[in-house]
Design a protein around this ligand. Structure first.
Ligand code: AMP
Ligand code: MG
Length: 415
C-alpha cells in the first residue's frame, strides 16, 4: 500500500505547477475585486491646496485673539469663496473671506471660523451675498478647520502598492488619482466540470436514480470567492466520447485550471481518468485527510487539472485545502484563512487521518465551544450550510476529547 501523503506535501507539490499570472489593463470600474498589478503613485498632492473643513470664514488667526460671544472680533468680509473656485485676493489684517467646505484658503489666511461661531447664518443651497462685516465669537488658533495641502498624500507617494486587492475604497482612490485604466493581475480562468450519468442540471425535473448537480455551483462560488473567473461546462456523461469532447471544449477556453468533480475513482464508469490520461498526465495521491478520496492532480494539454471527489462536502473541503492555495498563488494573494481555536463539546472519535468536521460554535466565557452539526456524511451539503466552521482534528488522533482545543477554520463571521 503506497504511503499516505501529508496535506502539506500535497499542497507543496501542487504549488510547483503555479506561477503568478501576467498583468492586464482594465477600465476603472472593472478593477473592483481584482488585484492591483503595479504600484500606483500620486502625481499631485491631495488635497492640492489647503482648504476649509467647514462652512465659515477664512481668517488670520491673530485677528480672533480674545474673541468670544460677549466680545466678538469684527472683521471686514472682502471675498466669497465657494467650493470649486480659487480666491482672487489675499487677506490683509482685519479681513475675512466667506468660505465653503473644500474651498481653497486665500493667501494670508491661516484658520477658519465655522459659521456657527459668527453672527452670520446661511442656509445651504441659498446664495445670498455675504454681509460687509462678520462678528466672530471664537478665538481660533492657526490651522483651525484647515485641511493642509498634502494631508492625504503627496506627489510621488506610493499610495497603492502592487498586489493590493481593490475594494471600494481603493476604487475611489484610483478615481481620485485619475486612473481611468488600471493595471490588474489577470483573473485565473477556471473551467468547472461535473461528471456522472446520475446528474441533472438545475432546470431539469428530478427523475428516478438521478440527483441534481450541486458541485458545479459550489465550485463556481468558491472560484469566484477567491478571485477566479469560473466557467461551467455542461455535465459530462459517463462515456469516453462525451468526456473527451468536454475536455477538448475546456482546453479551447484556454483556462488556467481545470476542475472536475467525481469520476476519478475506481468505479467502472470513471471516464474522466481515462480521458485525462489520454490528453495529459494524472497522479493519484492518497492524502492523509478526511473527507476526500484519493486526490487526482495532473495536467491536461499543459493545464493544471484537479480531480476532486464527487461528494459535495468532500469537493468543498478539498477545494479549500488544495485548490484555493493554487488559485491565490496565481494572483499572488496570501493564503490566510480566518481561524480560531475552539474546544470540543463532546468526545469525538477520529480515524487517524487529518479530519475536517463541520461544527457550530458558541461562546462560553473566554472560550469557543464546538459542537458537530449533526450528520458528518460527506454527501450532506446542509452540514456545510449549518456549520460556523470546520474543526481540524490532526492526523494521529483517534479520539479527540471533550474540552481539548483544536483549530477551526471559520465559514462565517461569528462575532
Ligand atoms: P463519485 O466520485 O463519482 O463516486 O461520486 C461520489 C458521490 O458524489 C456520488 O454519490 C455522486 O452521486 C455524488 N456526486 C458526484 N458529482 C456530484 C455533483 N456534481 N453534485 C452532487 N453530487 C455529486
Ligand atoms: Mg460517479
Amino acid at each position: 500500500m503506497p504511503e499516505l501523503l501529508s496535506v502539506e506535501s500535497a499542497v507543496t507539490r501542487i504549488l510547483e505547477s503555479f506561477r503568478p499570472l501576467p498583468v492586464e489593463h482594465v477600465e476603472l470600474v472593472e478593477s473592483l475585486g481584482r488585484v492591483l498589478g503595479a504600484d500606483v503613485r500620486a502625481s499631485f498632492d491631495a488635497p492640492p491646496f489647503a482648504n476649509s473643513s467647514m462652512d465659515g470664514f477664512a481668517v488670520i488667526a491673530q485677528d480672533t485673539q480674545g474673541a468670544e460671544q460677549q466680545q466678538p472680533a469684527r472683521l471686514r468680509v472682502v471675498a466669497d469663496i465657494p467650493a470649486g473656485t480659487m480666491p482672487t485676493r489675499a487677506l490683509l489684517a482685519g479681513e475675512a473671506a466667506r468660505i465653503m467646505t473644500g474651498a481653497p484658503l486665500p493667501e494670508g489666511a491661516n484658520a477658519v471660523v465655522p459659521v456657527e461661531q459668527t453672527d452670520q447664518n446661511w442656509r445651504s443651497g441659498e446664495n445670498h451675498p455675504p454681509s460687509a462685516y462678520v462678528s466672530i465669537y471664537q478665538t481660533v488658533n492657526p490651522g483651525a478647520y484647515v485641511r493642509p495641502r498634502g494631508e492625504d498624500f503627496f506627489t510621488g507617494d506610493t499610495v497603492l502598492p502592487a498586489l493590493t486587492p481593490i475594494r471600494p475604497q481603493e476604487l475611489g482612490l484610483l478615481a481620485a488619482l485619475g486612473s481611468q485604466r488600471v493595471p490588474v493581475i489577470r483573473q485565473p480562468r477556471v473551467v468547472i466540470l461535473s461528471t456522472g450519468d446520475e446528474l441533472l442540471d438545475v432546470e431539469q425535473p428530478l427523475a428516478p436514480g438521478k440527483i441534481r448537480d450541486a458541485n458545479g455551483y459550489t465550485l463556481y462560488g468558491l472560484v469566484k470567492t477567491y478571485g477566479g473567473l469560473p466557467i461551467r461546462l455542461p455535465i459530462i456523461r459517463d462515456t469516453l466520447a462525451d468526456a473527451r469532447a468536454r475536455f477538448q471544449a475546456a482546453l479551447a477556453l484556454q483556462p488556467d485550471i481545470i476542475l472536475s468533480s467525481a469520476g476519478v475513482s475506481v468505479g467502472a464508469f470513471d471516464v474522466v481518468r481515462a480521458v485525462v490520461e489520454e490528453l495529459g498526465a494524472i497522479n493519484f495521491w492518497r492524502v492523509n485527510l478526511r473527507p476526500g478520496k484519493p486526490l487526482a492532480f495532473g495536467h491536461v494539454g499543459g493545464v493544471p487539472f484537479f480531480g476532486l471527489p464527487g461528494n459535495p462536502v468532500s469537493a468543498m473541503v478539498t477545494f479549500d485545502v488544495f485548490v484555493r492555495p493554487a488559485l491565490l498563488r496565481l494572483t499572488e494573494q496570501p493564503d490566510a484563512v480566518p481561524t480560531i481555536t475552539a474546544v470540543l463539546e463532546e468526545d469525538t472519535p477520529s480515524d487517524g487521518r487529518r479530519s475536517y468536521l463541520r461544527v457550530k460554535l458558541r461562546r462560553d466565557g473566554a472560550k469557543w465551544v464546538a459542537t458537530m452539526t449533526g450528520t458528518q456524511s460527506s454527501g450532506a451539503l446542509t452540514s456545510m450550510v449549518k456549520a460556523d466552521g470546520i474543526i481540524i482534528i490532526p492526523e494521529g488522533v483517534t479520539l479527540a476529547r471533550a474540552g481539548e482545543p483544536f483549530a477551526v477554520r471559520l465559514l462565517r463571521d461569528i462575532h
